[in-house]
Design a protein around this ligand. Structure first.
Ligand code: FMN
Length: 314
């Protein structure tokens, strides 16, 4: 088969066969350390998944239509001239839209934008419609941590992907922490790992991915007696007062709040009030239940945490 002209390359890497277009079975090409009986394709994917990356949405504008695609195969190439590279599946619509001279935007997602990532990966992803801003006639995802606009200067054959080298025309970054992708799932940078040291790792990953940071002013209620147990919190900064009839406790950084009422959805049996300015990570009950159903290790880690709570309150 003749490659499309933009994918024409002068030479093939050694050892892949006579032509780069020749089909060669993966196990013949590549040895998996797990042995000849292992699934080479799966081993390859899992090995690549050990490389933690950020997550971007690649965007382009064609006939006033915005197209976006989630991609973690993004890298910096050169500072002078400023060049970046993305790798796009040849089956993706984006692959048919990009060619030399076409601009693409790169929006580096922020840690709370995993829903957007799912959406642009065609994995559903509920939530509000994303907003775009046009820069150099290129759509960029609003609320992302960093933005680049590049114009394709070369494209290369990359097996079942195409590589698009872009000359960077525009850059901008903001404050915040990036969404991470590792081992096939999302992750977050744990700013102060001591906060989470008491949590089983099975809980930690989900909490960091699904949690939303909330800030409370001094004296502001975080939860009230009688309210539904529709979320739990972990204290990231500051202290809170937990007030039950006849009993007041003070909780601080790393402590969980409201996790017991998650079991049946409430009602809450205590007031929790910010004692000075407080930052918490809030995780919705629906996210926790979803994880319990999907992940037995998460479920058993949660049961252990809750069991220790009941022992404490005996
Ligand atoms: C975290 C994540 C990273 C991804 N990275 C890439 C990538 O680098 N290149 C790619 O072609 N597809 C990647 N995908 C898959 C595409 O986002 C997905 O196939 C998308 O549906 C393609 O959209 P399109 O066909 O509308 O262009 C990724 C998906 C996820 C969830």
């Amino acid at each position: 088969m003749e490659p499309p002209s933009e994918f024409a390359v002068a030479s093939a890497p050694e050892g892949i066969g006579e032509s780069i277009w020749e089909e060669v079975a993966l196990p013949d090409l590549m040895e998996a350390g797990a042995g000849p009986d292992s699934d080479a394709a799966l081993e390859f994917r899992k090995t690549l998944g050990m490389f933690a990356t950020g997550v971007t949405v690649i965007t382009t504008l064609v006939d006033d239509q915005i197209h976006g695609m989630t991609a973690n195969a993004f890298m910096s190439v050169s500072l002078q001239p400023p060049l970046i590279l993305i790798s796009v599946d040849r089956r993706a619509r984006m692959n048919g839209l990009l060619r030399e001279g076409v601009r693409y935007g790169v929006s580096v997602l922020e840690e709370r934008q995993s829903v957007l990532s799912d959406r642009f990966a065609g994995r559903g992803g509920d939530g509000p419609e994303p907003d775009f801003e046009l820069v150099h006639d290129t759509p960029l995802v609003e609320g992302a941590l960093a933005h680049l606009v590049a114009s394709v200067v070369r494209s290369y054959w990359g097996g079942d992907h195409s590589l698009f080298l872009g000359r960077v025309e525009y850059v901008r970054y903001g404050e915040g922490t990036p969404l991470l992708f590792h081992g096939g799932g999302y992750g977050r940078v744990a700013g102060d790992s001591r906060i989470f040291v008491g949590l089983p790792p099975e809980l930690l990953q989900t909490i960091l991915t699904r949690g939303v940071e909330r800030r409370y002013a001094d004296g502001e209620p975080i939860m009230r007696i009688g309210e539904p147990g529709d979320s739990m919190w972990i204290v990231l900064e500051g202290n809170v007062r937990l007030e039950r009839p006849g009993r007041v406790a003070r909780l601080g950084v790393g402590d969980m709040i409201g996790e017991v009422a998650l079991l049946d959805g409430g009602p809450r049996t205590a007031d929790v009030i910010a004692d000075g300015p407080v930052a918490c990570l809030q995780i919705a009950r629906s996210d926790v239940l979803h994880e319990v159903e999907a992940n037995p290790q998460f479920a058993s880690a949660l049961i252990s945490v809750l069991a220790s709570r009941f022992r404490e309150s005996e």
